[in-house]
Design a protein around this ligand. Sequence first.
Ligand code: GSH
Length: 340
Amino acid sequence: MIDTSIEEDQTAITERRARGEFVRGVSGFRHAVGDPDFPAEPNRYHLFVALNCPWCHRVTLARSVLGLQDGVTMDVAFPNRTGKDDPEGPNLWEFAPNRIASLTSETLPECTGETGTGRGLRLAKDIYRAEGSEEQSLPILYDKKSGQIVSNESAEIIRMLDASAESLGGTIPAKRRVRLYPDDEALRQHIHNLNDLIYTAINNGAYKAGFSSDQTIYTAAFDAYFEALEQLEQLLSDGRPFLTGIHFTEADLRLFPTLYRHDPVYYVRMKLNGARILDYPYLWRWLCRVYALPGVANSGSLVHCRQGYFGRSWNGVVPRGPSKPMSYPEAYLRPDLAVL
Ligand SMILES: N[C@@H](CCC(=O)N[C@@H](CS)C(=O)NCC(=O)O)C(=O)O
């Protein structure tokens, strides 16, 4: 049985997909930094990400809050995939720093070429092809020394970065650095339980709502998503700053990418228009609190999110809002916007 806090159950995947259910596949590369072939060393590992992808957002967050910006290098793909006129085919992640975003009519300054392999590849798919794999997903953790993919599973990548932060070249001294997955067994159990709920109903649930073409599956995903938000609002209503108590952990990190996208993107794109996060005062304060942590604000980009999610859906036009009560992400600097 697959751990549902990491990946979806793959039972009857063909039939489920044929019925219109969005079912996420499994990640094929599951090595770990710390394995004999992949020792933890500064400046040996590289991340390939797209800033609109919420799974990539987990790893950019972990890299920043752990102070690994120097120790683990990174390339950023353009938020829209290749088009149908591309010689390699449509729907592929591309490293294209010169591509123009329709939202801004400019290039996106965060986008880079591909620098991790030393071969200046254009597509993420080319990184997989070099290993005989047909996968194409981001994020990828890559070993620059051996020229191999270590892992393409974000849930596991963030654990590795946390466990080996020091040896990977982390710049924050251990006593000041957050521990995403602390040693305490009871706390770990609490994190597992939260991960399970957050992955199934919220992180992946948002995709199930937005990308399934069956009304019944959509309705179930919509209901589960808002029930889970309600449950987390209750949990935070005792005044605790973070989900497990006083410390920011992996559970908070994994909730953040979805809630950060909810009001400005998912409310419309994933048809999750039951409520805004702004309508949940405790969740809103939690969101602002996490946004204010050092390294968090600049590990994501709502420009990339809006360009990526809307630029490939419907007619490709990107909605302008929200503008009331404020534009985003500036709203995340205002915990007081939601009245307790
Ligand atoms: N299990 C993976 C899932 C990653 C994933 O689904 N990434 C999406 C982007 S949001 C992707 O690249 N999918 C492949 C594709 O659509 O071509 C993880 O969490 O790391």
